[in-house]
Design a protein around this ligand. Structure first.
Ligand code: CDP
Ligand code: CDP
Length: 224
């Protein structure tokens, strides 16, 4: 089988990581969550009191920050310089700052280089905002997942409820809209659908239905 790269992009809570993980598992591919990498440098900046506008300070910090992924019984974990930061990078403090950190061109350049290195041998599912347009423009399968903001806020709200994280629905929806706006309007590799990506509106689809659709695209690619 030829080496395949699958790029999954889309706005917050469109289902990227859930779908990407299931797909990677069933195909036996590596899964890379690029959002976790932007979240990790954001956490590092908070821990080290680096001003979010200080691009050179952020880049220097990133250069000395290792980001590693690995699987444990309860799912994928992320380590920052050897420390497990799986939960810490999902805090609302990190979530509300990450778009400001990820707009810096040199921070993106460094992370994109690391992401391409991870994808060097193919057979990978990578999700994020700029995978199909910038990180892996030659990916054989590109998917752009969308869903209404109401539905995406509902999904995140229910996820928070199941983890017993107190959440105000309207506030959550507003934060998702603000993050989408920042991600879509930054100068360097904004969140946009690649010309050759397949758009899938997941608003009324189950996770299984989305996975099946992407698998069909992979099959078509492999026999073409
Ligand atoms: O899971 P969720 O959709 O909330 O976000 P994420 O995938 O963890 O990404 C967090 C943030 O990282 C995004 O809002 C973007 O600001 C940034 N990001 C990016 O700029 N480029 C990527 N390839 C992935 C994430
Ligand atoms: O990675 P991203 O932020 O795009 O979204 P996610 O973390 O994969 O999905 C957010 C939540 O929506 C998860 O709790 C999923 O189980 C749920 N989801 C869903 O209910 N229906 C879908 N078609 C996709 C995701």
């Amino acid at each position: 089988m030829k080496a395949v790269c699958i790029a999954i992009d889309g706005p917050a809570s469109s289902g990227k990581s859930t779908v990407a993980k299931l797909l990677a598992k069933s195909l036996g591919f590596i899964y890379v969550d690029t959002g976790a990498m932007y979240r990790t440098i954001t956490l590092a900046s908070l821990n080290n009191n680096i001003d979010p506008k200080d691009e050179s300070g952020l880049l220097a910090l990133l250069k000395e920050t290792t980001i590693k992924f690995g699987w444990q019984e309860d799912g994928q974990h992320v380590w920052m310089n050897g420390q497990d930061v799986t939960d810490a990078i999902r805090s609302s403090k990190v979530t509300n700052l990450v778009s400001e950190i990820s707009m810096h061109p040199s921070v993106r350049q460094e992370l994109v280089a690391r992401q391409r290195e991870m994808a060097r041998d193919g057979n990978i599912v990578m999700d994020g905002r700029d995978i199909g347009t910038t990180v892996l423009p030659n990916a054989q399968v590109k998917v752009f997942l969308v869903a209404s903001v109401e539905e995406r806020a509902k999904r995140r709200y229910e996820e928070n409820l199941s983890k017993q994280i107190p959440t105000d629905f309207e506030q959550l929806k507003k934060e998702i809209e603000e993050r989408d706006f920042k991600d879509s309007h930054r100068r360097v590799s904004p969140l946009i659908q690649a010309d050759d990506a397949q758009l899938i509106d997941t608003t009324s689809l189950s996770i299984e239905e989305v996975v099946a659709k992407v698998k069909d695209l992979v099959k078509k690619q492999l026999i073409s």
